[in-house]
Design a protein around this ligand. Structure first.
Ligand code: DCP
Ligand code: CA
Ligand code: CA
Length: 403
């Protein structure tokens, strides 16, 4: 094999972590996400809950209808992040190149380390064992000659699975009669387009190459290649500056039409974005405001900026964008910074004269003081906690109720 690739993916990740830490949950339908009385969705659920039809992304009310006896819990992101770090240590120790694509999932290039198929199998088993022994969780591993094949292989025997696809012929044999959605990049929208044109399985793609290419343009070409088992993408380590944007968003438990309040929420979102950007030493060249209206219509508005590196600038740009949108009830608001770079910004005369950093800091301090007074919040020593998703949501809800 030209490349030997593993795809590792944890089983029912958030749910498995909670079960590991509270064994009395074992064997029960556990649903992680919003609680049934709240607004929101299922993040994930245990395999027991899946037998009731509960799925990731499903509305929590729908999940409750399907599985009223389930145990419902909020996610604990910090815990999952810490677990993920430990997983990455194990995984990366076997790979020359490793590409994490989620907290619970990565591609590993083990061509050099494995040398041959036997060696690759050994590494796959070692990773499974160490994940079990050192982290107390099960994962599924796919071994293959390409990224697409490795990802499909890891799905094949879930949970606690292992599967290999060592060449194109085996790959094609495996997927030829499956739904087109098995192919990477074929999501709900693309699939719908294909179905409407009589293309529902990989075999149909095979037999209608030109049609697919015409229908989907560049993506079509890529899908046809994939269906034939052609995928020469390399495993490349994730570099945070390659991310398209860094963003944070909140969904309100009740629709909101008070835009003064929304503006206040932007203060917290801007601080969160800035905090994440700092972790990777990133600055941005633009700000995006995202909103979903009560009728589910979503909009995004962006502004290109000079290099920005402060919460104050993120906030002020987001406010400008907010001032120019249609004002009717919304259910979600988000802020992100895009065109990320590691560049230093050039000092302007203004920066020097005004001591820009200090004045930006002070500006945000003042905004926070206003919030404290207006909503009766107490940030004292707690500001760091705001950056945790859970606390952010709680604070935003608290503010909504104490307007
Ligand atoms: N996740 C989420 N919202 C989604 C999908 C996933 O919050 N719509 C989170 C919860 C999952 C984690 O990401 O635990 C990993 O997602 P996966 O799609 O890999 O699903 P699981 O690991 O939960 O289950 P599986 O065993 O099918 O991989
Ligand atoms: Ca997973
Ligand atoms: Ca995953």
């Amino acid at each position: 094999m030209e490349q030997i690739i593993l795809h590792v993916d944890m089983d029912a990740f958030y749910a498995s972590v909670e079960i590991r830490d509270n064994p009395s949950l074992k064997g029960k339908p556990l649903i992680i996400g919003s609680l049934p009385k709240e607004r929101g969705v299922v993040a994930t659920c245990s395999y027991e809950a899946r037998t009731f039809g509960v799925r990731s992304g499903m509305n929590i009310k729908e999940a409750y209808r399907l599985c009223p006896k389930g145990i419902y819990m909020h996610p604990d992101y910090n815990k999952y992040k810490a677990v993920s770090q430990k997983l990455h240590e194990i995984w990366y120790s076997y790979a020359s190149e490793a590409e994490a694509i989620a907290l619970d999932e990565a591609y590993l290039d083990i061509t050099e380390q494995a040398k041959d198929e036997e060696g690759a199998r050994r590494i796959a088993q070692l990773i499974k064992q160490r994940t079990q022994n050192e982290v107390g969780l099960t994962c599924s591993v796919g071994l293959a000659y390409s990224k697409t094949a490795a990802k499909i292989a890891s799905e094949e025997k879930k949970p606690n699975g292992y599967f290999e696809i060592l060449n194109k012929e085996d790959f094609i044999k495996l997927i030829i009669d499956r739904d087109v959605r098995i192919l990477y990049t074929v999501g709900a929208k693309t699939a719908e387009k294909l179905y409407q044109n009589g293309i529902s399985t990989v075999r149909d793609i095979y037999n209608n190459e030109e049609k697919v290419k015409k229908l989907l343009g560049k993506q079509g070409g890529w899908i046809v290649d994939m269906a034939k088992g052609e995928d020469h993408r390399k495993v490349t380590s994730y570099k945070p500056e390659d991310a398209k944007s860094i963003g944070h968003e909140v969904t309100f438990q009740k629709d909101v039409d008070d835009f003064a309040y929304v503006k206040d929420v932007l203060v917290l979102l801007a601080l969160c974005v800035k905090q994440r950007a700092d972790r990777y030493h990133l600055k941005g060249n633009g700000v995006t405001l995202k909103m979903t209206y009560a009728d589910m219509k979503g909009i995004t508005r962006s502004r290109k900026t000079e290099v920005i590196d402060s919460a104050a600038e993120i906030y002020q740009n987001a406010v400008e964008l907010l001032n120019n949108v249609e004002k009717r009830p919304i259910r979600l608001v988000g802020v992100s910074m895009y065109q990320l770079t590691k560049e230093e910004r050039e000092m302007t005369l203004f920066d020097l004269l005004e001591d820009r950093e200090d004045s930006n800091e002070k500006y945000m301090q003042e905004r926070l003081l206003e919030l404290q007074k207006k909503y009766g919040l107490d940030f004292a020593g707690n500001l760091n906690k705001i950056y945790q998703m859970e606390t952010l949501h709680k604070t935003v809800e608290y503010m909504r109720k104490h307007k």
